[in-house]
Ligand binder design. Structure first.
Ligand code: PMP
Length: 429
């Protein structure tokens, strides 16, 4: 295409461009191929990497000699907690290894906070007139859906390259006692890929909050999910917070969902020793212990923290070329045209695409007509509402490379049609 910005084109030129792109769109639709870049799932080649686990564990007892087939051990296997304590920069006694989903742990903690309050709460959160969470946007759709489901209000702050706009966060948390928490995805955020800087983490850890029991939900889902040699190290939020006099402020979550198997991994929760005890106290009413066989299988498979790091490099070998392909096609088709910006993440699972304000839902609708499923426009915002209708989350890991190329070509075509339509409507002949 023309390398001039689309906003410099005459109405006639825009019309001609839209026409060419509509032909490409119609040709793609006529092929009838079904393409999907909606969810950040590992591909089967990635899942295969963990297949040796299918014949593990080889033992039936853990290091302490406990029979893993039996009840008990609510905190999870010590040897697995040690491995992930090292990877997440916490102490083994601060971390719990649980079931297969960290999202479930997040829900458990929120429900416990509502029903019982935290150890530093004046009363259960449900007894407050209103509970509000700060939601950096764009963010993870399931975080927002969870809050919505539990009746927790959401107030948004913009994401920057270093994490949330921390001046805004400090202002909101410092002035409104209903503001009880914030979601943070510190490493390779879903969907912007941003890594929280040490400065931002320190501010979050130390800021004065109007609520005495403010919680940082530190969802480190992509802690070890690097795409390049430049491996981001997440800030040690628990130590930072406790050093600043807020020992119970941070609750960390992580899992092996995108390390071993998305449906059969192990999830982790870490916090102050006292807050971990609070969590286990309530968890213990509903569980006699986690699936220790799966935990032992993970221990045997990894061996140690370096085993996890080595395994993650195999993932990067499979998925880094997919991220490169997204960037290649978008650059080739949209570079210099002034109609879209996107990031080149160095880790995680997503590419964040921003199109001309007011065109994101049109792009998603056009893509659907051409057989390509995109995450609904607005999905990365509370209640699915992107005020600028500009943001689209792309998840390139799941489709095979040939389908990914076709999908990105289709995205580019739809972005161009929507942009030409919008600019054409306001440009004079
Ligand atoms: N947190 C984030 C930021 C995620 O992107 C995801 C998966 N898409 C999850 C949590 C889900 O974690 P789990 O599989 O451990 O429930």
């Amino acid at each position: 295409p023309d390398a001039r910005p689309l906003s410099d084109l005459s109405a006639q030129e825009l019309h001609a461009l839209a026409q060419t792109q509509r032909e490409a769109h119609a040709a793609q639709a006529a092929k009838g191929t079904k393409l999907d870049v909606t969810r950040g799932k590992p591909s089967s080649a990635q899942l295969d990497l963990a297949d040796p686990m299918l014949s593990l564990p080889s033992a039936t007892t853990d290091r302490a000699g406990t029979d893993v087939r039996n009840y008990g051990g609510l905190t999870g296997l010590t040897e697995l907690r040690e491995i992930f304590a090292e990877l997440l920069w916490v102490e083994p006694e601060q971390i719990v290894a649980g079931g297969n989903s960290s999202l479930t742990m997040m829900r458990d903690v929120l429900v416990d906070l509502l029903l019982f309050g935290a150890i530093d709460s004046p009363r259960p959160w449900a007894k407050e007139d209103k509970v509000t969470f700060i939601c950096p946007v764009p963010g993870y759709d399931r975080h927002f859906a969870l809050l919505e489901d539990l009746g927790i209000e959401m107030v948004t702050v913009p994401m920057t390259d270093e994490g949330p706009d921390v001046d805004e966060v400090a202002r909101i948390a410092g002035s409104d006692p209903s503001v009880k928490g914030i979601w943070i995805v510190p490493t390779y955020a879903n969907p912007t890929g941003a890594v929280v800087s040490h400065e931002v983490a320190s501010r979050l850890a130390g800021m004065e909050t109007a609520a005495p029991d403010f919680k940082i939900f530190w969802d480190n889902a992509y802690a070890v999910h690097h795409l390049t040699e430049d491996e981001a190290k997440s800030a040690d939020i628990i130590t930072l917070a406790s050093g600043a006099g807020h020992p119970h402020r941070a609750v960390m979550f992580a899992s092996t969902s995108k390390i071993t198997w998305a449906g059969a991994g192990v999830a982790f929760l870490a916090s102050s020793v006292e807050q971990v005890a609070w969590y286990l106290e309530h968890l213990g009413k509903g569980s006699i212990g986690p699936d220790k066989i799966n935990q032992l299988r993970h221990v045997e498979f990894f061996g140690d923290a370096d085993g996890v790091r080595a395994h993650m490099r195999k993932h990067a070998e499979i998925i880094a070329p997919k991220f490169a392909e997204v960037d290649r096609v978008l650059t080739e088709r949209l570079g210099g045209l002034g109609v879209a910006t996107w990031n080149r993440p160095t880790g995680g699972y997503f590419v964040n695409l921003d199109v001309l304000p007011g065109t994101a839902s049109r792009v998603v609708a056009l893509a659907k007509e051409a057989g390509l499923s995109l995450t609904p426009a607005g999905a990365s915002f509370p209640h699915g509402q992107d005020p600028d209708d500009t943001n689209i989350r792309l998840a390139p890991t799941m489709p095979p490379m040939s389908e990914l190329t076709e999908a990105m070509e289709t995205v580019a075509t739809c972005v161009l049609i929507a942009a030409a339509e919008q600019l054409g409507a306001t440009t004079k002949e």
